[in-house]
Write a protein that binds this ligand. Sequence first.
Ligand SMILES: [Zn+2]
Length: 132
Amino acid sequence: MRIALYLTQKPSRGRTRGFALIELLAAFIIFSVLMAIAVPLYFSSMASAEREQCREQMQAIVNAEEEYKRKAANHAYTTTLANLNIGGAPIPPCPSGGSHTIDSTSPLRIKCSYHFGSADQHGTFTPNVDNY
Ligand SMILES: [Zn+2]
């Protein structure tokens, strides 16, 4: 069975030119296998990039906490994100949609509601212990 996907050439010697069904099926199978490999890798790398960006934001929160503690009268951390000043800009949320909370008990820890509790525990950031 021939599928009528004719190219610009005319049929030669009575044989139609085009792609046979088995050729189309082989191309589709190869494409499917490549997509089965590429798509999970794409989503995995996207999740990894969001996690890294979240941890960078947690480091920025830690830096702002250190500045807050240095300037505060009681020399203590704050648990309110609104008290922190990160270069005059608001603290960006987690790129995955989570929100950051501050655990000011010693040692200072920043948690992400989206990433905290994941199997790799990348949602908790402890300064001078974790790096991003
Ligand atoms: Zn996060």
